[in-house]
Design a binder for this molecule. Structure first.
Ligand SMILES: *Cc1c(COP(=O)(O)O)cnc(C)c1O
Length: 367
């Protein structure tokens, strides 16, 4: 078995990757992940060929689940599942498992992902929208609203990856709360006790595409009156410890490596410190540089995804070509919001933000 340890295999190391997801992961995770493809835990086998029923893989799932509970300080009675299908599948699975026919799911509409969740929930029951910033192109987080106390649950999207807004403070709700935390889970300490169910596609802060994290309280299940299909029933996966059928073995393993890295770095407290520093550095330049502006409400700015534009949009292509010279990739804005988006997930070093800021300053001088 060949052992690859040379860093020269990792050409990714000279790029500054601001992609919104799938996104940058820690360099040592890439290295350890590559190593495990060739020889997993010195077993002489690749992680890609081991059985998901092997005791080695059970240990991977168990350690990942324990680390998630520890790093997020989850209350003891919460279940942690690895599913597939991404956050988008949760848009269906949540109402299918929680919302009785005729029941109402209530939503805070803060962007594309919230509205997709609303659209899907409508197929399983009714929905109500407590507040929406859609008319203002989702440029702020609505704060004054009343949660419908007769609804079955209240759903929020904690970070709006496309528009670049984030709920740094959570609303308090008397009814069960559900959150899509795909793009800011593990980015800072959060209190999970108000939530009955939280979901996140792994590919932003946790790992590669292909694994979906679901955290839930079992007592919210089994109340819809539906006879649930096995693969769509959270209880199936709770009972089988995420191993009902073949899970995304490799994706889960990469999540484990990322979680180990996270713990070694100092956990979510340290991530928050770094993420605040990166976000402050980025937004300071957007506000200072006369060529650029940020289009969302300052107090709602996301620490994960800084969305910004050029006053003179005819310079966009020129700026994209300019940043390429610095090894900067992934800053083109989402097609719905336009402009640029710098995603600064946990694994993105401050240095990358400084390089982008330097490129913006250089671009200013060139005009
Ligand atoms: C990326 C993202 C999604 C979509 O995730 P998929 O895994 O592609 O289904 C949903 N919600 C939020 C907040 C996201 O950032």
């Amino acid at each position: 078995m060949v052992k690859y340890t040379s860093l020269s295999y990792f050409s990714c190391m000279n790029k500054h990757n601001f992609s919104a997801g799938p996104s940058i992961l820690p360099q040592e995770v890439f290295q350890q992940g590559a190593q495990a493809v060739l020889n997993f835990n010195d077993s002489g086998l690749s992680i890609l060929e081991i059985s998901h029923r092997s005791k080695e893989f059970y240990a991977v799932v168990d350690e990942a689940v324990e680390l998630i509970k520890e790093l997020l300080s989850l209350p003891e009675h919460y279940k942690v599942l690895f599913l597939q299908g991404g956050a988008s599948m949760q848009f269906d699975m949540v109402p299918y498992n929680l919302l009785p026919e005729g029941g109402v799911a209530s939503f805070l509409d803060t962007g594309v992902w919230s509205s997709k969740a609303i659209k899907e929930a409508n197929k399983f029951g009714q929905t109500s929208i407590v507040a929406s910033s859609k008319e203002d192109n989702y440029s702020f987080i609505p704060k004054e609203y009343t949660i419908d106390a007769s609804a079955t649950y209240f759903h929020i999207t904690t970070n709006n990856t496309i528009y670049g807004t984030e709920l740094l403070e959570f609303p308090s709700s008397l009814i069960p709360m559900v959150a899509d935390m795909s793009s800011d889970i593990f980015s800072r300490p959060m209190d999970f006790s108000p939530f009955s169910l939280v979901y996140a596609g792994a590919q932003k802060n946790l790992g590669p595409a292909g694994a979906t994290l679901v955290i839930l309280r079992e007592d919210i299940l089994g109340k819809t009156g539906r006879d649930l299909a096995a693969m769509w029933d959270y209880r199936t996966f709770i009972k089988e410890n995420s191993l009902y059928n073949t899970p995304s073995v490799y994706a889960i393993y990469i999540c484990l490596l990322t979680l180990r890295w996270l713990k070694a770095q100092g956990g979510v407290v340290e991530m928050e410190r770094r993420n605040i520093l990166k976000a402050n550095t980025m937004y300071a330049e957007i506000d200072r540089n006369p060529l650029f502006y940020g289009q969302v409400n300052t107090e709602d700015r996301s620490r994960m995804n800084a969305v910004f534009r050029l006053h003179d949009e005819t310079l966009e292509d020129k700026f994209m070509t300019h940043v390429k010279e610095y090894g900067i990739v992934g800053i083109k804005g989402h097609r719905l919001s336009g402009g640029f988006r710098a995603s600064m997930y946990n694994a993105l070093p401050l240095e990358s933000v400084e390089v982008l800021v330097g490129a913006m300053q250089e671009f200013e001088k060139m005009q």
